[in-house]
Design a protein. Structure first.
Length: 100
């Protein structure tokens, strides 16, 4: 990670924090879901992505990316906790961040 925010760090809802309710984020074309998790959580918590704990402390990033690639176009859900928030993938291209 280079410390810059990608386009994934923009919520698709108007909520200002996960405590205000779930915030949704789209996984941009060409970006890995694992990178989107880090940038979306950083955006939701209003912190620098580099200040977050390693994603692999919560979930294997390679396994996350492979699983979500395999369910493209399906209605499967995946939920896990990371950096004090709940991360839920709704299919392979949208994630929701809320307080755990």
């Amino acid at each position: 990670m280079d410390g810059t925010h990608s386009s994934a760090a923009r919520a698709t809802s108007a909520d200002e924090s996960p405590s205000a309710g779930p915030r949704s984020y789209d996984v941009p074309d060409g970006e890995s879901p694992s990178r989107t998790v880090v940038t979306a959580v950083a955006d939701a918590l209003d912190v620098d992505p580099l200040s977050l704990p390693p994603l692999y402390d919560a979930i294997d990033p390679d396994a996350l990316d492979a699983f979500l690639d395999s369910i493209e176009g399906s209605d499967h859900r995946l939920t896990f906790s990371y950096a004090g928030v709940s991360v839920e993938f709704d299919g392979a291209s949208r994630l929701w961040i809320s307080r755990a």
